[in-house]
Ligand binder design. Sequence first.
Ligand code: LMR
Length: 393
Amino acid sequence: MLDRLEPQAPDALLALIKMYAQDPREDKIDLGVGVYRTNDGATPVFRAIKQAEQRLVDTQDSKSYLGPEGDKQFVDALKPYIFGSDKGTNDRIEGMQTPGGTGAVRLAVALAQQAGIERIHMGVPSWPNHAQILGDVGVETAPFDHASKDGSADLAAVLDAIANARETDAILLHGCCHNPTGVDYTNEQWDAIAQALTDHGVLPIIDVAYQGLGHGLEEDAYGVRRVLASVPEALVAYSCDKNFGLYRDRVGAFYIMAAKPDQIEAILSNANALARANWSMPPDHGGAAVRTVLHDDELTAAWLAEVEDMRTRMRKVRNRLAAADSEVPSLNLAALAEQNGLFAVLALSKDQIAQLREDHGIYMAGSGRINVAGLHEGNTDRFIAALAEVTRD
Ligand code: LMR
C-alpha cells in the first residue's frame, strides 16, 4: 500500500533552513524562516523565560495530564494583552491552549467548518501554511489581493471580498505584522473592515502571531479589538512563539468569541473534541513558562523590555533599508519603513533570488520574502550592495 504514495516536495521554507546550514561560507546571510535575531545574529532564550523555566524546574511537582484545553491560567493570563479590558467583549471570550499558532489556526478552521463554513476568504500572498491548513481541513480558499503595488494594504479588495461573501463563508485576517508582506491595515482601514464584517455578517478568523513586533503590544492589538468590538462572533488564533521566543516549544492559544456568554460552553466543547482527535493535549512546558512570566510583575516587565528591544532593532533595520531606496531603484525599499514585523516581500525574480543565494550566500524564501531580523549592522551594507548588483539591469 505505502509505495503508492507520491513523494512530496519538502516545505520550501523548512528546506531553506537546511540549505543555509549546509553552506560553508562564513559571511552567509539567513533571511529565511521567521525567527528573531539580535544584532549578533543570535536567537537567544528570553531572560524572563529562562527565569520562569528555572522556577518551573524548582517548583513543578507533577507532569500529569491537564486535558485538551491545556493550561487555562496561561490562556487567561494572555487575554488582557490581546483583548484589552472591555467587559462586554471579554465576557464572551474563552480560550484553550494549542500547539503553536499553527494548532490554533487549524482548530479555528476545523471548528468553523464544523459550524457550517465551506469557504474562507484569504488575502494573498499569505503565510504558505494557511492555504495548506485550509486544504487539509477541506475548506475552499477564496483569495483576494492583500497589498497594492505601492506597498500599502488593498482595502478595496478586502471590502469587496466581505461584501460578496456567501452565508457559509468566513474570512482569515492577519491581526498585525502581516506574513509575508509586513503590510498591515491602518487603524482607519480596520474601522472600515469591522463595519463591513458587521454589515455583511461574515465570520472573522484573526491570526495574531506577532503581537508586539510592529508598533507595540497595545498598538498591534487595534485590529483584533476593533473587529471583536463590532461583530457578534469571532475566532482568534494566537502564537507566543515569536513574542516570547519559544518557537520550538510550540506555544499557542485559540479563543472563541460567542454572541452570548451562555453559548461559550457548547462552542468550546466542540473545539475540545477536535483538539482531542488531533493532538489530544497541547505540550505544557512553554505555556507554563509564559504563565509564570505573566503572573509575576518583575518577569512581566523584563519580558516587555525584551519585546521592545526586538521591535526597536527591527525598526532600525527597516529604516536603514528604506534609506537605501535610491541605491536599488527597482525594489521600493522606502515602503519597508511603513511596514511592520519580521517580514517584507522584495519584488525579485526567481533568477535574482537564486543569484543572491549562489553568488552572495544570501538566503530568502522563493517568494522574495525576507526576514528583516536576519540583518544587522555587520551585514546590511553587503545585503544592499548585493541587491543593487542583481537588480542592475
Ligand atoms: C515563518 O513564516 O517563517 C514562520 O511562521 C515559521 C513557519 O512555521 O513557517
